[in-house]
Design a protein around this ligand. Structure first.
Ligand code: AHG
Ligand code: MN
Ligand code: MN
Ligand code: MN
Length: 336
């Protein structure tokens, strides 16, 4: 079967549908090349000396894995000379990374979680890279880009996607014209459009949550999971299954593929009061993808994409997936 390549898809979206500009197309192609290099490093594992931790901590207070830092460096190097970026931001960097003055620059802002699911690296479970593309605000023209210029709600994203390094390496992408899945053909080095217009099933009987945090959850989450666990004789009338991979990319990919509800809610712990996941480069890009596929993404009562960020590494509660289940959770939060 002859598949369309990522470039062919993006050129179509640029020329025919005006869904993506030339410099966003080039940016996505640059990011996709970086993800190929990360996939190559990931697949070497111990043979490539990429397993294990460094002695360093990132701005999140997490011990950095070698692959966290290596993936970050690969994305920085690939995008510095790409010519269509004003600046970048990453989970692994304290503040923004401006494009050096002697490089060509553009109007796009790139944010990324270079290696998502780091706790799974050393146990050989699927991990990924998440990215989000914003545009520099008009008022930033003529001056240096500042961190504040990144603090835009998720509705302003012009593109978002993730690479998942699993049994296959895939790139799942939206430019606002639906969600497309590309499988990496390693022989040719091409991303081939194998999953056109991914639609997230509206109904599900599968939830994804880290159950060990149950005693810390707020009432609406506790109520919903209790009801799921009552099975078909309970108020939801279904027997639910549970999955938790602890790589957001892998959990979201499963949900985009077969439906489900993903929950990393805020909780009563000091560390969990705002949630664990980061708004700008985890929740927002994943919420854009989920909504483009027909699903819903909330922080409890509010739509994630509407949230006005106040800090680059701001954390947020995340509940996303099959529309019917997420709407139920939203009602429970509004009733609380
Ligand atoms: P990261 O590895 O980029 O820091 O993200 C890890 C996140 C997310 O991928 C996953 O859903 C969640 O952490 C898992 O958290 P627990 O280990 O607490 O279950
Ligand atoms: Mn991390
Ligand atoms: Mn992550
Ligand atoms: Mn990460």
């Amino acid at each position: 079967m002859k598949y369309k390549t990522l470039t062919q898809y993006l050129v179509e979206q640029q020329r025919e549908h005006k869904a993506v500009s030339a410099d966003v197309r080039l940016l996505i192609e640059t990011v996709s090349r970086a993800c190929k290099a990360i996939s190559h490093a990931v697949s070497k594992g111990a043979l490539g000396g990429v397993l294990g931790s460094l002695g360093t901590e990132n701005v999140q207070g997490e011990v950095q894995k070698k692959l966290d830092v290596l993936s970050n460096e690969i994305l920085l190097e690939a995008n510095e000379w790409g010519g269509n970026l004003a600046a970048m931001a990453s989970e692994e960097m304290q503040t923004i990374h401006r494009i050096p003055t002697h490089y060509p620059k553009g109007q796009n802002l790139l944010l990324f979680d270079p290696l998502d699911g780091s706790s799974n690296i050393d146990v050989n479970v699927s991990i990924g890279t998440i990215f989000s593309v914003l545009q520099a605000p008009v008022e930033a023209a003529g001056r240096e880009i500042a961190e504040e210029d990144f603090l835009q709600p998720g509705t302003r994203q012009v593109a978002a996607g993730y690479a998942i390094y699993g049994p296959q390496t895939m790139l799942v992408l939206t430019v606002g014209a639906g969600v497309m899945g590309f499988t990496l053909d390693r022989e040719m080095g091409s991303w081939l459009l194998t999953h056109e217009d991914i639609r997230l099933p509206e109904q599900t009987a599968e939830f994804a949550i880290n159950m060990s945090n149950m005693r810390h959850w707020e009432a609406p989450v506790r109520r919903y999971i209790d009801e799921c666990l009552q099975g078909e004789t309970g108020p939801l009338g279904k027997n639910y299954n549970m999955r938790w991979i602890a790589s957001m990319v892998a959990d979201v990919h499963r949900i985009l593929t077969r439906g489900g509800i993903f929950m990393y809610p805020r909780d009563a712990r000091a560390s969990g009061r705002k949630g664990k996941l980061r708004l700008m480069y985890e929740a927002n890009p994943m919420s854009f993808l989920v909504e483009q596929a027909g699903g819903l993404a909330i922080d409890g009562a509010n739509r994630i994409l509407d949230i006005q960020p106040d800090a680059l590494h701001q954390r947020i509660g995340v509940i996303l997936g099959s529309r019917e289940e997420v709407e139920r959770l939203q009602r429970y939060h509004q009733e609380a």
